[in-house]
Ligand binder design. Structure first.
Ligand code: ZN
Length: 433
């Protein structure tokens, strides 16, 4: 696949004019095809002709995850015959949402991942081992597969888990790149070490990290990043995407946030009142992905919180860069007046080398207040448990309840039956009602 990177290095004005062009044709498709937006505009007394350019985008109300969940079929903007695939979100915060793809949407996904891998300096000479799920209605694994093959690279579909099989693939095919959830890549690396294999001496030169942040808000390596570096000593690239937006932000080798692909999406960072935050402030990532046929979206609020950086990157690209995810809107925890996100707890626990498995559980107490528990393996020494409690208190000024349970219980909570993505955080607050 031929890719055009001209606009990655263009002036802000020409990037905006490119985005305007894509936005207006996207809007025309929505006006003509999307039952959901036709009705929404009509209810609000908003005429499509009032939106003349991206300058008017603020006149369009945002689209929430709840809307997409509740009126899911109404978002479909093509005849069902044209759908070639259904994928769903992972449903970590509720029921999974279905997204229908047309042939053009799939080609767009391939282009998106091709562009993303190119940002990581990956070429047709690379051999890429994909260690994520490729089935189970999961979009990301398939998108990587499409992008990597479109780039002309070689792909090994390793799938999730199974370290012996992953190692067999490395031995056999000598991949230069792993696409992996970073905590899995770390676990896999330590597994290799336990077998007397040094991950630093394998063919792997890069890991494209998906699903978990490896940097803090100021782009400093977090504990996961440091641990990965100790085991693998390879180049690490962050990437952020979701099923609904079907578009990725991917880091270049400068590692200063994921670059926006300007021809594929417009991004806004909004506050709780859906107003743009001040430059460089944290807010909710809100996206308008262009050129989608199946289920086009306008100003979709992702629920993920991050900052946008607009200065030119060290790599020379002028496209906006998205900082690491600092939290999820629905996952905000309020504990005795302190507000925090699970990611902050993970960052602290990841520093304790004795703990390689745990789950953070949030529920409501009898007064309806947030109750936070961290469940650690029962094999762990009580001194380590006490140390964890102290460290959480020192760093975050919170005192979660620390409990111990069997490894089998923790593993089943991390990757519940039928799940595609490991998790460290379980929100049981909604179950109470
Ligand atoms: Zn860059």
């Amino acid at each position: 696949m031929e890719i055009d990177t001209t606009y990655d290095f263009s002036s802000a004005d020409s990037i905006l004019s490119l985005q305007n062009k894509h936005f207006l044709s996207h809007l025309t498709v929505i006006q003509r095809q999307s039952k959901y937006y036709q009705e929404k505009f009509e209810t609000l007394g908003l005429d499509f002709s009032e939106i003349k350019s991206l300058d008017d985008i603020h006149k369009i109300p945002v689209t929430t995850k709840e809307e997409l969940e509740k009126s899911n079929p109404d978002f479909l903007a093509v005849d069902k015959k044209r759908i070639i695939e259904y994928v769903t979100t992972s449903g970590t915060l509720g029921d999974p949402i279905t997204i229908a793809l047309t042939q053009k949407d799939q080609a767009r996904l391939a282009l998106n991942e091709c562009r993303s891998l190119d940002l990581c300096g990956i070429t047709s000479d690379d051999i890429i081992q994909i260690t994520t799920t490729l089935d189970k209605r999961f979009m990301a694994g398939m998108a990587y597969y499409l992008g990597a093959t479109a780039l002309g690279a070689t792909v090994i579909r390793s799938g999730i888990g199974d370290p012996d099989f992953q190692w067999d693939n490395i031995k056999r095919f000598e991949p230069t790149v792993l696409i992996a959830v970073p905590s899995f890549a770390y676990k896999f690396g330590t597994y290799l070490l336990s077998k007397g294999i040094d991950p630093k001496k394998t063919s792997v030169k890069k890991i494209v990290c998906i699903g978990e942040p490896i940097k803090d808000a100021s782009f400093k390596a977090n504990t996961l990043h440091q641990k990965l570096k100790e085991v693998w000593d390879v180049e690490l690239y962050s990437t952020y995407a979701s099923t609904e937006m079907a578009t990725a932000f991917t880091e270049c080798s400068a590692g200063q946030g994921g670059h926006l692909l300007p021809e594929l999406m417009y991004v806004e960072i909004l506050d709780e009142n859906n107003q743009p935050v001040a430059h460089g402030e944290v807010g909710e990532i809100t996206v308008t992905p262009f050129d989608i046929e199946g289920m086009p979206l306008l100003r979709y609020k992702t629920g993920d919180l991050a900052r946008l950086h607009n200065d030119t990157c060290a790599c020379g690209r002028t496209t906006p860069r998205l900082g690491p995810i600092e939290g999820r809107k629905g996952q905000m925890i309020k504990l005795k007046g302190t507000t925090l996100f699970p990611q902050q707890i993970e960052n602290v626990i990841n520093q304790i080398t004795e703990i390689d498995s745990y789950i953070i559980e949030l529920s409501l107490d009898e007064l309806g207040m947030d109750k936070l528990k961290v469940i650690l393996p029962d094999t762990l020494d009580t001194a380590v448990v006490a140390h964890t409690q102290r460290l959480l208190q020192q760093r975050l000024r919170v005192n979660p309840i620390l409990e111990q349970n069997t490894q089998a219980y923790i593993s089943s909570e991390i990757l519940p039956k039928g799940s595609r993505k490991p998790r460290r955080f379980v929100d049981k607050r909604e179950l109470v009602h």
